[in-house]
Design a protein around this ligand. Structure first.
Ligand SMILES: [Zn+2]
Ligand SMILES: [Zn+2]
Length: 374
């Protein structure tokens, strides 16, 4: 294999690395690339296997010496191949390394591919939680900080998720040697059938807890009330979600926690309608002011501004106030505010007003209802 990488290189080590350094480097690589944390990621799986193979050789002083001297040729290719394919049986101290990483012993028989469903002892991501949060129109536009109260599953602080009473450690299940799975052979007239299933002694957990942690009664997790301060970005819109990574339920066997998804509800504004980053509103205007032109005050999110209404403005005219909209939640670029003008016909005119309008009609040659006796 010409493209095979040097084992030291795989683990990011120098040739003279100490046992401890090798262990540490492997732990890091295994944790970063574990297939259960990257479902379906072929590259991570390949890196994981590569790290396993490198560790299997470098952690064994005899094999390491041969590798140092002869390179890959010094290492039994079958040995290397079986390590790469996920055959872990026999590498005694891999177990405690994984135990260290994932809070549970072993249980990695599954990553070869055939047994992927068997992940009871492997790390599992915690569930994500969803809460609703209602904020005002202005809070959505400007952004805000809000407290949300949630109940979630947290890792037990007393036992750090192991489920064991402080000062005790779980026993590796002797029946399944920590894998959580047992294979059974059945002889039948048609041949020998092998099947595997969860270990009955440890219920598939791979470990036996003799003195359970009193706080969590051996579960390793507790339900906890939490108050979280959530930062709502400016420009968020109704129905959008703010995710807080890792604030959901705790993971299992050292898996990462789920997320907290805060779904935002925005109360409507009495003044503005919002579409994306733009705001829409309408305002009434007397026909006289529209005819002669004027300046009006219109509300914006940042307070009233004056808007120039040119002479001869028609009803339904739309004016744009640039940059007076809501910022885009991702880019921060503000939208515009659109003001629609509704012309209002004057009512309840007094005598003088009516006379003037009559005169206007006469001058313009417009026919109006015959003047009543005033
Ligand atoms: Zn506990
Ligand atoms: Zn067992």
């Amino acid at each position: 294999m010409a493209d095979k990488r040097d084992y030291y290189e795989v683990l990011g080590l120098q040739k003279g690395a100490s046992e401890d350094e090798i262990k540490k480097a492997y732990r890091k690589a295994a944790k970063a690339n574990h297939p259960d944390l990257h479902p379906g990621d072929k590259q991570a799986e390949a890196r994981f296997k590569e790290a396993n193979e490198a560790y299997a050789v470098l952690s064994d002083p005899d094999k390491r010496a041969k590798y140092d001297q002869f390179g890959f040729a010094g290492v039994d290719p079958n040995f290397a191949a079986s390590a790469g394919a996920g055959g872990f049986s026999g590498f005694g101290d891999l177990g405690d390394i994984f135990g260290d990483i994932f809070g549970g012993f072993g249980g990695f028989g599954g990553f070869g591919g055939q047994n992927r469903q068997q992940t009871r002892t492997g790390p599992r991501r915690g569930e994500s939680l969803r809460v609703r949060l209602t904020i005002s129109f202005e809070e959505a536009a400007f952004g805000c900080k809000k407290d949300v109260n949630i109940t979630r599953v947290d890792q037990c602080p007393d036992c750090k998720g192991t489920g064991c009473a402080p000062g005790t450690t779980p026993e590796v299940c002797p029946d399944c040697r920590g894998t959580g799975t047992v294979r059974t052979q059945q002889r039948t007239p048609f041949g020998v059938f092998q099947s595997s299933g969860p270990c009955p002694k440890c219920s598939g957990s791979g470990k036996i807890i003799h003195s359970p942690c009193p706080k969590c009664r051996g579960n390793g997790s507790i339900r906890a009330q939490k108050k979280l301060n959530v930062t709502i970005p400016a420009g968020i819109d109704d129905g959008e979600t703010v995710s807080l990574r890792g604030q959901g339920n705790a993971g299992l066997n050292g898996g990462p926690a789920g997320d907290l998804l805060v779904q935002i509800q925005v109360r409507p504004s009495p003044t503005f309608q919002r579409e994306g980053s733009n705001l829409y509103m309408s305002t009434d205007l007397s026909f006289v002011r529209a005819a002669l032109g004027t300046e009006i005050q219109v509300p914006t999110l940042e307070g009233p501004v004056s808007l120039n209404i040119p002479e001869g403005t028609q009803t339904g005219s739309v004016f744009r106030l640039r940059g007076k909209g809501v910022p885009n939640v991702r880019t921060g670029v503000k939208g515009d505010q659109f003001v629609t003008v509704n012309l209002v016909t004057p009512k309840n005119l007094n005598r003088k007003q009516k006379e003037l309008l009559q005169e206007l009609a006469d001058i313009s040659g417009e026919k109006v209802r015959k003047k009543r006796k005033l």
